[in-house]
Design a protein. Sequence first.
Length: 554
Amino acid sequence: MTTQRAILFLLLLVLPSLLAIAQPVIEPITQNPNAVLLRRIWMVRGQSAGEDYVGSGCGPVGDINGDSITDFAVYYGKAVEWRVFLGGSPAPTTEPIWKRKTDIGLTTPVYGDFYGNGSHLVGFGDFIPVNQGATRAPQIRLFPVEDGILKDSAHLVLDMYSRSKIRMGMDVVIGQNTDGEAGDELIIANGGVRRQEPFIRIPEVWFYRGGSGFQVDTPSYIVYDTEPTRSSSSYTAQIVDLDGDRHFDLVTVGHYAEGYKLKLWFGTETSPWTWTKPDREITLNDDLALSTELAISDLDGDRKPDLASATGYSTNRGLYVFLSRNGFNPRTASFTRSEAHRLLTDSTLIQAMTLPPWNDTTRRVAMLGAIRPGVRDGQLLAFSGSGTGPNGAYDGYYSASQDGLTPGAVFLVTAPLKDVNDDGWMDQINSYFGWFGNNAGIAMILAGGPYIPLDQPTVGVRTEPMADHQRGLYLWPNPATTELNIAWRGDLSAMPTRLAIHDLSGKVVAESVLRPELGSARWATDGVASGRYLLTVYDRSGKLLASTSVVVQN
């Protein structure tokens, strides 16, 4: 393992600074001196040029085997099949537990408890031939999870063409509880729906209501757009609480006759079942700080969403950030460049990305990502959030070449994962079938939290109970020589904020305030006498979370 791989994943939270009024705080994008290479914990890749096409799709499939660890799937183009892998400690397996021959259909699987009874369905896209194979119509096949096994036969098939001769666009498919009632909704955002000839590409968002009556024969409710999009253009949709009122909103971006438009349907107590026309329509242009890719998450820690976008225009390019703490209100915002609260300047950025809270155990403050392309490579930059939002110094980064792999883009398909290596920290899967230009393809998982060398048996990582978790605390090496590393899970019910170390006489030999969001600490023991010591860990209120003995051997 390289020294770089062994660096703890301690991404620093940005320091507070005052924001200017009515003008964005402008900062050039630079590298934090303490920035780290994001840690890769899992990878599969194609073996030779054009023979595998690994990574046309990837994404989470929920917890298949009931071990509380997220599982996931990767698409193999040459084999024309989805393969499902199990998460595990210290890393997921690279041998699939399920394979299914199917066309790609969806680049990310969809899953959820659609019946609201604890059952679990996983959906993969497919196509059926139409007009003697002259064209194709998409469908979604939903497979049940029973007794910890993903079944081989579909439980439900969403096939609107066979039933009604309707062809879906199926640009975005989401499993999410949008109405607060039992059961997740299945949501299909269609950039266009072919109902008849001549075909007019008008977007429709279909909602299949979750609950005991869940079915996929016909949509429970359809949100119709008001104008057609251009042929074969991209269409995106998100279901998020954009305005922070605890009701989900519908956010879409499509390419219309007047140009790209952002459309907003704001949620109420009765949505999505009462959404009709959009509440706001905003045409994207060079005066606005918006592009077609929107990153929406809490970047300033006030439990309200913020918005960021990397503009793709030739002038004033950069990463624009709108912060709720500074008054961002999507119901009234003009989204102009001058209205943004932060501008991180870099002429090469092409996309903003919502990242997991990789370095925050509270999961309150997300990280902001941006893609910087290269001639033969591509780099992900990860910016920490803070009370004043992200600043221009990125705290984490990743590209294939910097990780010792053959250069090539790896971020065509990305999806957040809850936790695939059982350390309580959120992770992210990324893939690209055209990795380094020969179409062998690659899929990989980048991990949050500190590096804990569970994959090195000689290190002797010791686990101890902490905060109601049997393996909440990690200590290594055992015995300690020059230093003792202390790390904790990212999903504890109470987080450590202070530690103390006593000798056997009760004398305090070390004491420190902890930053719980970082997940780890270090006690330098090279100047400490050999012997046994007592380590105690406390939460913010002073409650004892863990107590255990440690041995120093110099």
